[in-house]
Design a binder for this molecule. Structure first.
Ligand code: TXE
Length: 508
């Protein structure tokens, strides 16, 4: 059962909601999340629903529509109808709408942050400092990009070529549960900025902030059908989006297995595809690093958002000469991290997003023991006292003594688990770092800039940070190689992804 105060906060917020009803089930109050199709909030056409669970308490607190291909078809029709007018707006007019969406989120900042934390289990402080500010920035960034987007021209002695960058039509955006509104907005904003209409699906595990966004769209008067948000399961709604012949581009972030499945459907249909998938990122620490700064940032890189960020460093390679000193300091810092109620201000790690994911992470910790791993700290599920006693919490876990080829070091765990491994020299660490099927991100810690550049050049990753981690400039290309995906998001890369280039040649 919810503490009364929490119920009151949410009831008062949702009394203001535009069409939302809240209703009672037994002693708990449930919130009804709805689809946003053609400018209106509505239930799934079938009337079916799925429960939404708060991972910090294991309580069901909301229902979402269990939509299917009929809801997707209705959304695609609405998007198609909205496309001619939306695509003909000037960049400045589209900018105004995206700015209003950013302002609309900002006006309800606390509500968005509370919903994100409740839905995903992440600390409220993190939702307030990272997720919601970043969603606002995404809309503002691509609002300004809508005005500034331009294309090339190529002069010949007797002719001029110019490139038209035209919107694709209806774009499909499918996002995961780890950074719900942050990643949802990262896809939707450039798709809309370039003149496309969108059918979007948030993760069924974290639907709440996408629902709040649909309310914001209604509040700011976004034209009907320009953005449609459909809730439901991946293999029903997600797959229907990928399979729909009128959806010409798919932007997806999620697991590698899902990415493969999406590619196998979309590629023969010749859809544009952007896939941001998993990672098993190396953190490389040399003995000439700025020690204290490195330790505290490597802790952050390993355990932010419970380790549920595709960019988290889950394999830490430390130069042999620094290994023991680093290990002692690192484990001491990790043991200071407070795990518990996401609403408490000093909580650093909240709940794991779902029971299924919680069990998956624990199974990898057990696997690491069978592979010879020594647990240096953590390694267990945790039961906080009070309202979170039934939630899905895991201690931040540091393991050593594992070969770089074992499953624990090769497979994506996506939780608060990291492995320490010593290395002798640059070539050895590069071989170990590049030995995984993934290639998303890497961080390098050294004061020798030449060494850092050599690693940056040879590492198999789409993103390299030197003496920092998750330091993002929204203009930079973002994405991975190998099984971490194809295509790039971010800045003008995203604007180009959501447009078709058409060359026009005029002979003088
Ligand atoms: O993701 P899924 P899951 C990794 C992480 C995690 C694993 C699986 O290792 O343990 O992926 O997580 C929708 N057609 N990442 O199962 O299923 C789904 O509804 C179309 C890394 O939760 O990939 C959701 O909206 N869509 C990652 C979205 O895909 C489908 C973040 C992602 O869910 C679909 C999350 C289908 N057939 C997990 N099946 C990252 N790169 O940041 C599911 N979906």
């Amino acid at each position: 059962m919810f503490p009364k105060q929490t119920i009151r906060i949410f009831i008062s917020k949702f009394q203001d909601a535009i069409v939302t009803k809240n209703f009672s089930v037994g002693l708990a109050t449930m919130f009804k999340i709805q689809n946003y199709i053609n400018g209106k909030l509505q239930n799934a056409l079938s009337g079916s629903e799925i429960n939404s669970i708060e991972p910090a308490t294991a309580h069901t607190f909301a229902t979402i529509p269990k939509s299917n291909e009929s809801d997707v078809a209705a959304a695609v029709l609405a998007a198609k109808n909205a496309f001619p007018a939306w695509s003909k707006l000037s960049g400045e007019q589209r900018m105004m709408y995206l700015m209003k969406m950013a302002d609309g989120i900002e006006k309800r900042f606390d509500e968005f942050a509370e919903a994100e934390s409740k839905d995903s289990g992440k600390p409220l402080s993190l939702a307030k400092s990272v997720d919601i500010p970043r969603a606002i920035s995404n809309f503002r960034f691509f609002a300004s990009a809508a005005q500034q987007f331009s294309s090339e021209s190529h002069a010949m002695p007797d002719a001029i070529n110019f490139t038209l960058r035209q919107p694709i039509g209806v774009a499909g955006c499918i996002s995961p549960w780890n950074l719900p509104i942050y990643l949802f907005s990262w896809k939707i904003a450039p798709a809309l900025a370039t003149g496309n209409c969108v059918v979007a699906k948030p993760s069924e595990i974290t639907p709440f902030t996408a629902f709040l966004l649909s309310q914001v769209c209604i509040e700011i008067g976004l034209p009907a059908g320009v953005l449609n948000i459909i809730h439901g399961l991946g293999n029903e709604v997600g797959q229907a989006i990928v399979e729909h012949s009128e959806i010409k581009a798919i932007s997806f972030t999620g697991g590698t297995i899902t990415g493969k499945r999406i590619a196998s459907i979309a590629a023969p249909m010749f859809k544009k595809l952007s896939l941001e998938l998993g990672g098993k990122n190396p953190t490389i620490v040399f003995d000439d690093c700025d020690f204290e700064n490195t330790v505290s940032n490597v802790v952050r890189a390993s355990f932010s958002n419970q380790g549920e960020i595709c960019l988290c460093g889950s394999r830490i390679f430390v130069e042999e000469s620094l290994y023991e000193k680093f290990k002692t300091a690192f484990v001491a810092e990790v043991q200071k991290l407070k795990v518990g109620d996401p609403l408490e201000a000093d909580t650093k790690l909240g709940a794991i997003v779902s029971q299924q994911h919680f069990e998956k992470i624990l199974s990898y910790i057990e696997l690491s023991k069978t592979e010879g791993g020594k647990i240096l700290c953590g390694g267990n599920a945790l039961k906080p006292e009070g309202r979170c006693a039934n939630g899905y919490f895991i201690e931040p876990t540091v393991i050593e003594n594992l070969p770089h080829t074992c499953r624990t070091q090769q497979e994506e765990i996506f939780g608060p688990v990291t492995v320490l491994t010593p290395f002798k020299n640059e070539s050895e660490v590069l071989e170990m770092a590049n030995s995984v099927p993934y290639g998303l991100a890497c961080s390098v810690w050294t004061n020798n800039i030449s060494k850092a550049n050599r690693i940056a050049e040879k590492i198999e990753a789409g993103v390299v940070w030197i003496n920092c981690w998750l330091h993002r400039d929204l203009r930079t290309p973002f994405g991975g190689i190998k099984q971490s995906g194809i295509g790039r998001e971010g800045g003008m890369e995203a604007m180009r992804f959501f447009t078709e280039a058409k060359n026009v040649c005029i002979k003088y």
